[in-house]
Write a protein of this length. Structure first.
Length: 397
């Protein structure tokens, strides 16, 4: 049977991501109800629903207002069909490939390894895709394909050391229990061995102090801190140690962006690409929201708020503009921070008069990098990190 790439499959099937779909209020199937319930949501009313079959939910900006995002409000991205249930007594985590001793760990055996906790900002590589021009097909993420959570589990390093690495080991791939529709490839991705051996890279079994929900990968998922969400495979069932990067659609051409222009051996123009790894430096505005109408009150400043993160780089600050970028001032960063977590920011603003205003935010890190006005366009719509902006109306008294 012909292998279809997932993007081709979606083009040939029901247009799940069209505006018409989003506003039709279609009946929630029993399958979708179960998956939404497994995320801790009573229903999907709090979230932006992009797909019911490949459960995909975005967090509205107004709910991205705390350092730790509650699990029930954490975005969900399923590339394939998630399992309807996992029998923990039958579940095994295999470690295969370039290892001296292949393993098949039960959940109980996994729990015997030392516990590790990592607070991490997880972001879908396509978050912000709706901002690219020209527009790009795929899930039209706005700001909310991101969240910050506390993950607990076992360091992947300890598991790999238990299996024993061969000298040929260079990459580590992950396979989950999600199932592809007929003809679609399994969602498998790999990371370099150095990142796999980082003590903060986990096989996570808890999120925000509780066992993973099914929607978020029960019973175990990888947690590759600071990297795109697609690296953190859910419903983990196999860890494959490889001599090279995994060869599959979701490594190439999927989840790649252009690096530089090159010329191929035939002499025609081509584009060299690189696999997506660390998240980019980025800030978002969570309050006020786009299109808000706010009263003028000189004695009560408007509170601007948002979050900023940098993947493997450390956020140093956030600057805010309320005049369309003509001038900038520093926002105050919240006290909560860890190596891989976002920083919340706030800024009080007293509008000088009634009217229309464009509020913008841009982050900068300790390496001297600054959030760009507009990132370079790419055909996958990945890694949008342009200066964020919302338009608000200040009402007269």
């Amino acid at each position: 049977m012909e292998k279809l790439h997932r993007r081709d499959f979606l083009r040939r099937s029901v247009p799940l991501f069209s505006p018409a779909f989003l506003h039709q209020g279609l009946y929630l199937s029993s399958y979708f109800d179960r998956q939404v319930a497994s995320a801790g949501l009573a229903d999907s009313a709090d979230m932006i629903v992009y797909s019911k079959r490949f459960v995909t939910l975005e967090t509205p900006p107004a709910l991205l207002n705390s350092w730790i995002i509650p699990t029930e409000h954490f975005y969900v991205r399923n590339n394939l069909l998630m399992p309807e249930a996992v029998d923990l007594s039958e579940w095994r985590l295999k470690i295969t490939g370039e290892v001296k001793t292949p393993l098949a760990l039960s959940f109980e055996e996994l729990m015997r390894f030392p516990e590790k906790r990592v607070t991490n900002t997880l972001e879908c590589a396509g978050n912000g895709r709706a901002n690219y021009r020209p527009k790009i097909g795929g899930v039209p993420w706005g700001r909310g394909g991101v969240g910050n959570a506390v993950f607990e589990g076992r360091s992947l390093r300890h598991l790999l050391e238990k299996a024993g690495l061969q000298a040929t080991a260079r990459h580590v791939a992950f396979r989950g229990l999600d199932t592809p529709p007929d003809g679609i490839e399994d969602f498998v991705r790999s990371i370099p061995l150095a990142k796999a051996m980082d003590e903060d890279t986990l096989v996570a079994t808890k999120m925000n102090g509780a066992a993973l929900t099914l929607t978020h990968g029960f019973p175990a998922r990888t947690l590759v801190p600071g990297w795109i969400g697609a690296a953190s495979i859910k419903w983990l069932c196999e860890i494959i140690v490889l001599p090279n990067e995994y060869q599959g659609f979701y490594m190439n051409p999927g989840y790649r962006v252009p690096l530089l222009k090159s010329v191929n051996k035939a002499g025609s123009g081509g584009t060299e690409t690189i696999s997506l790894t660390s998240l980019r430096l980025k800030s978002i505005i969570t309050a006020p929201t786009e299109g808000s109408a706010l009263p003028v009150a000189a004695a009560t400043p408007v509170k601007l708020a948002g979050a900023a993160w940098g993947g493997e780089s450390k956020v140093a600050g956030v600057a805010v503009s309320t005049d369309g970028g003509r001038s900038w001032r520093e926002a105050s960063l919240g006290p909560d921070q860890t190596k891989y977590s976002w920083r919340l920011w706030t800024c009080d603003w007293t509008p000088p008069r009634a009217g229309e205003y464009r509020i913008q935010s841009r982050a900068y890190d300790t390496r001297g990098n600054m959030q760009p006005t507009t990132p370079a366009w790419n055909s996958g719509g990945y890694m949008w990190n342009g200066v964020d902006q919302v338009r608000v109306h200040i009402q007269g008294s």
